[in-house]
Design a protein around this ligand. Sequence first.
Ligand code: QAP
Ligand code: CO
Length: 166
Amino acid sequence: MAQLPILEFPDARLRTVAKPVAEVTDATRRIIDDMFETMYAAPGIGLAATQVNIHQQIIVMDLSEDKSEPQVFINPSITVQGEELDSYDEGCLSVPGFYESVERPKSIKVEAIDRNGSPFIIEPEGLLAVCIQHEIDHLNGKLFVDYLSNMKRQRIRKKLEKQQRG
Ligand code: QAP
Ligand code: CO
């Protein structure tokens, strides 16, 4: 397994739209394992392949305290969104050090494929629903900072650019 470098905002590669995985193979599972290693090391609760410069529709997530609940979503799609919205203070491994409130549908229905290539459907609420929506945004080249005011986003961009220059 290998830890992969994480792209940071405002890197243009984070704007790439990921392609669906045509077939789940050992190569796909190797990417998934490397993504888990990268996410756990960070540490984070969710990581989209886009963030490690792999432009395939793959998400890994673990909301547990002790790395005991790894979840994989390949080719995920949101098929139903509830009417009710909820706000959550979101962060992102690609926007290190910044947390801002984002409003999203509180409950959704998601169809995806697991690491064995089997389809499944879930209806998450709470943090799981927030995290899946945040990660699916990554696969579409979108970041949580895109929901903020231009002023807030620009402040975050300037601070990160300065930090990245070292
Ligand atoms: C996405 O984010 C998420 O700023 C996953 O310095 C987060 O794992 C969805 C992290 C919150 C919903 C709510 C962030 C680590 C990890 C940082 C993460 C940082 C170090 C973020
Ligand atoms: Co993120």
